[in-house]
Design a protein around this ligand. Structure first.
Ligand code: F0G
Length: 360
């Protein structure tokens, strides 16, 4: 493949295959944000913008490996449940591999850009009268019956690909600063990325490339209306209790049953991390702050920055920390949220002088 050895596949030694179904993915920017950094009040702040992947979210890193596994296994039909981004990525990678793709979405709760992607890439979109967790229950049953190959983050091949987020962050940060970041803050839905980052750290420790004490502190952020992981951390529980009623404007993380919690909770604990919930209002504020720095993200992504702000104010995050916030999806994923949070268009006359009069 023309993309072997690039992006995600630069880390093929740490992946189960030599190459994958590739668009290509990975190699996303680690932005400096000096104004936001001083505003938040930490030694350094970087934004790892996963919205810059080919379908606009980190899911592509998982799919390049996961759909390759499906191809090797010779399965005929791919399936996922999704709050939107997984369905967009699976539709694109399934199309690239020439495979039939089904996606189950919670009706009316998926942002427009994501539905558009799944639709144009040719997935069959099955809208369920229920939330994401209900969709995942159905998909798991279809997979157990052997009717389709599941490509949610329960699929371990997905998490293998998503480990490369961690590799890239550590490698790039070290190149720039000569040290590893103290903390990685990320939005949490199913806790797949949290689990994948923790696995990446453990593999680096096992390879002697990272000292155990240097593992960045994993810090998860959820929306107030969908925060079962935060509840588990706050109550020091080993498992998560499912929330059946979930609501947030950050629809990507509108999830009440984080299926990777058993893999993610130990990662948060071992790295000395925590989990925090933020309001939709604070998520929108953070989305605007990132946009003011030229970085366009969807609401769920901005939760990372909102969570960092809250933890810094509470003194949980220290002023001398080096922090990386993960922004998981692109602004254009959810155009309605962007329009609601941004400036309104101003009608002006069709005349240069009148336009100038208007703007002064
Ligand atoms: N951010 C975005 C933009 C997402 O789309 C998701 C998950 C997450 C964060 C949470 O990541 O599950 O690894 O904790 N979206 C899934 C989907 C559920 O169907 O697109 P996680």
């Amino acid at each position: 493949d023309a993309f072997s050895g690039r992006g995600v596949w630069r880390y093929a030694d740490a992946l189960p295959f030599e190459e994958g179904v590739s668009v290509p993915e990975g190699d996303t920017p680690l932005h400096h944000v000096p104004r936001l950094e001083s505003d938040v009040g930490v030694r350094s702040l970087r934004i790892k913008h996963e919205g810059m992947n080919p379908t606009g979210s980190f899911k592509d890193r998982g799919m390049t490996v996961g759909v390759q596994a499906a191809r090797r296994l010779g399965v005929e039909r791919l399936v996922c449940a999704s709050t939107g981004n997984t369905s967009a990525a699976l539709a694109a990678y399934g199309a690239r591999a020439g495979m039939e793709t089904l996606v189950l979405l919670p009706a009316g709760k998926v942002a427009a850009g994501k539905v558009a992607q799944a639709s144009l890439h040719g997935a069959r979109i099955l809208e369920v009268d229920g939330n994401f967790d209900d969709c995942l229950d159905i998909v798991r049953e279809l997979a157990e019956r052997g009717e389709a190959y599941l490509l949610n983050s329960l699929n371990p091949f997905r998490l293998e690909g998503q480990k490369t987020i961690g590799f890239e962050i550590l490698e790039r940060f070290y190149e720039d600063e000569g040290r590893f970041p103290d903390r990685i803050v990320l939005p949490v839905g199913n806790a797949g990325n949290t689990a994948a980052l923790y696995k990446a750290f453990r593999e680096l420790v096992a390879a002697g490339a990272l000292d155990r004490s240097e593992m960045p502190t994993l810090t998860g952020v959820q929306a107030d209306g969908a925060a079962p992981m935060v509840e588990a951390i706050e109550n020091d529980r080993d498992s998560v209790q499912r929330w059946t009623d979930v609501e947030t404007r950050a629809t990507a993380i509108r999830i009440g049953n984080p299926v990777n919690a058993p893999k993610a909770l130990p990662g948060i604990r071992e790295t000395g991390g925590t989990a925090v919930a933020v309001s939709d209002r604070k998520i929108t504020d953070a989305q605007q702050s990132l946009a003011e720095n030229g970085i366009g993200v969807e609401p769920a992504s901005a939760a990372s920055v909102a969570g960092l702000r809250k933890l810094r104010r509470q003194g949980v995050v220290d002023a001398d920390e080096d922090v990386v916030c993960l922004t998981t999806g692109h602004l254009l994923k959810d155009p309605d949220a962007a329009v609601a949070a941004g400036n309104d268009p101003e009608p002006v006359p069709n005349d240069a002088d009148a336009v100038l009069d208007h703007v002064v």
